[in-house]
Design a protein around this ligand. Sequence first.
Ligand code: GLN
Ligand code: ZN
Length: 753
Amino acid sequence: MAGLHIPGFPRIGAHRELKFALEGYWRSEIDAGELEKIAAELRHRHWQLQQDAGLDYVSVNDFSLYDQVLDHACMFGMVPERFTRGRSDSDLDNYFRMARGRAPTGEPVRALEMTKWFDTNYHYLAPELDNNSTFTLHPDKLFDEIVEARSLGFTPKPVLIGPVTLLWIARGDSRLALLPQLLTQYVELLQQLKNLQVEWVQIDEPILTLDLEASWCQALRTAYATLGAVGSRLLLTTYFGDLRDNLDLCLSLPVDGFHLDSVRGGLEYVQAAKRISDDQVLSVGIIDGRNIWKTDLNAALEHLRPVKRVLGERLWLSTSCSLLHVPVDLDREKKLDAQQRSWFAFATQKLNELKVLALGLEGQGQEALAFNAEAIASRRQSKRIHKPEVAQRLAGITGADSQRQSPYPARAPHQRRRLQLPLLPTTTIGSFPQTAEIRAARADLRRGNLSQAEYEQQMLGEIQHCVKQQEQLGLDLLVHGEAERNDMVEYFGEQLEGYLTTQNGWVQSYGSRCVKPPVIFGDVQRPHPMTVRWSEYAQSLTDKPMKGMLTGPVTMLQWAFVRDDQPRSATCRQIALALRDEVCDLERAGIPAIQIDEPALREGLPLRRGDWQAYLDWATEAFRLCSSGVADDCQIHTHMCYSEFNDIIAAVAALDADVITIETSRSNMQLLEAFEAFDYPNEIGPGVYDIHSPNTPGVKQMVALIERAARRIPVDRLWVNPDCGLKTRQWQEVTPALERLVEATRILRKRLG
Ligand code: GLN
Ligand code: ZN
């Protein structure tokens, strides 16, 4: 039989047990022993699932209490001094302090920087290194889990992040200079694993799917020349893309096996199979670890059979990457109908797919394969997926549909006349605090303790409160506050045809935080207006202009599980058309400004730079398609955050939004550098208040930020606003912060007006 394994399993638990345990621990409701007990139960359960599915090895060290990268930082002693100096808390609390900047005990301190793991929605903590960094080995967690797995009767395959990827994802200049030192620790670690008689070590170098400079390629050669000599059996693991120009390099490294992502990497594995040597294995990641669709197992077998003939026992089967990126168990979904259920495989179900594939290669498992074929055909042919009217409408789109009637300089005077805003208008990004009452109302609605009518009445009350607050604060362009939204994507996903939302499809985003991405399973259409009555009501309460609030097509795509039977660009266009209807309805309802959020625009960028432009072209076109149905006097806003935009500023301009509000306060207006080389043509509101920080800046600071901006951008195209939505904050923080923002604007109007 082919060898079976997975690069990793989700650790959060089918019932999010880890989340609740962590949060209980942080609130001191449970102690370290209880937390560890729950963690051990989860590991045991997940190993059992792997073994029950017939996997040859269970993955060990993919489990983490917070983040696997942080675990590696701790394992190699990459602990910045601020976490060790005068420390009084336990190792566990210090670990959480590195992640969160605080712990149940111990002084608060600046946490490690959190950033996205390649092109996923998982966030890791970046190790901090500098020229003086030294490394020490602390492998207890890893060794304990190996012992634990064995004592329960499993065969462990430890999972490590490789040294070169670990340096790549760390922060600090000249990190490569630290490689020799770091290798010494890896050699020691592999030696000890060998002494423990571990059969295989999975060592991940996903940077092989990126554009690599020569120095990093050389680092990989150096690293594996050293590590390959230790004598532990290494499975060099890559994922999230194809290897392209790095394929030769990868296959030249002296390891015992390779894992390739064949979902994103296409048929590179077929080439690899011909080229690896007789004593090397090839693990083919043929089951999608990034999406929730059932694999077409019969098609997969067609591809695998010839490879199996070449490799025999040396062919291993796997998921494309760790299953960290998909929900745990489809059986937790009680509301899906039988047909829809038959289209999906979550992490637990994917284990079983591996087993069926292995059987299939032996000419067995006919019943399961027939069942699979039926499910695949049901999805391919379903009328719920393919809607002729959507296809027709798409076919009718012309270039003019993604162009505003007039260019910005001609539109702007119409908008000025209609909106009557002062110089440096103030606005917010959309959401106001999601209070305990709002969340309780939603929970009551879900449980049936509140009727739909009662719930909506309460939301109208929230809108009223929010509008009144903004009037009192003296803001200029108001918002309704988004009280009615659980989440900026799910809210729309619940209302659009072609989307479905799950009950428990949670995926870890970082630490104890999970997201529940909706699924785009079919052609997208808008059966009815989604936000109009809220915005209309909000506008009826005030003489000030109201800004409608939508989530843009790229973000609606990016933060969902997307159908895999057509290009993402095609799905994005469908979403854009559905949202275009909403934009036009808002305009018709008299809403003079509409914001279309695209916080995920940048994170959709492909891993390889050469692929960027094609993506940016269709992404910006989708945005314009959704926003261009309105007259010149309707002001289109967009909002972006979570990243730096300097390298995609031309694409941001190509959105042709009248106004963009954008995160800058954390980076101290780093964005402005982009304006030296590039004349941003439209209006812009550089965020002056970092809403993610509990500390609100003073008036002086905000004035200084806008004055800096005014040196680059004409003052009559500048707005004043926070840098993101306020939903995670409390009113008692928001009110004084916005008071200061309005006060700062008054001063600026005098100085710059
Ligand atoms: N309008 C959204 C809000 O204010 C934008 C959120 C975001 O950028 N992530 O919450
Ligand atoms: Zn934001």
